[in-house]
Design a protein. Structure first.
Length: 171
């Protein structure tokens, strides 16, 4: 069931472009991972996305172009990534909520210690439940596979403690 305020927010240009860039970021990182074993992280903005890691800018551009082509061809799942921050935040909040519930009503450290196995069990169940929930939140809220007429303008590289690439996009 659609939520009107959420739908309005999701369609605002700033959020819509960030969600689409987030989906393209995931797809690009997934394709880079298929080409070679490399550890990467990313962050999306309305104007593009950052990729942090030791990889060549031309390879990023090639993967981003391939990702756009494949997403336009219907490969919408490329926008979902198992190592997205959405998954980690969802898991962290679920585990914290479970521990909070487990310790409700305890008054002293002895009671908390007695409930520790229960808290650990609840947190574990929460982490298990959070996995599909995080993927669903990505699919419905934090990313979009609808790249429309998006194009990669350029990939800029900066050097520093961590090699950083900014992939600029336009519609």
């Amino acid at each position: 069931m659609p939520i009107p305020l959420l739908d309005t927010l999701m369609q605002s240009p700033l959020i819509d472009r960030t969600r689409r860039n987030h989906g393209l970021e995931h797809a690009t990182i997934s394709l880079l991972g298929l080409r070679r074993r490399v550890s990467l992280a990313g962050r999306s903005t309305p104007n593009g996305f950052y990729i942090y890691g030791d990889v060549d800018a031309d390879e990023i551009a090639s993967c981003a172009d391939e990702a756009l082509r494949r997403m336009r061809g219907g490969e919408r799942e490329l926008a979902i990534h198992p190592h997205c921050g959405t998954n980690y935040v969802t898991a962290g909040l679920a585990a914290a909520g479970a521990v909070f519930i487990a310790f409700l009503g305890t008054r002293d450290s002895r009671q908390r210690l007695d409930r520790l196995p229960f808290a650990a069990s609840l947190a574990t169940l929460a982490l298990i439940a959070a996995q599909p929930l995080g993927l669903s939140l990505q699919r419905e809220v934090t990313t979009s596979a609808d790249v429309r007429a998006m194009q990669v303008v350029e990939v800029r590289v900066t050097t520093g403690p961590v090699r950083t690439h900014f992939v600029e996009t336009v519609d």
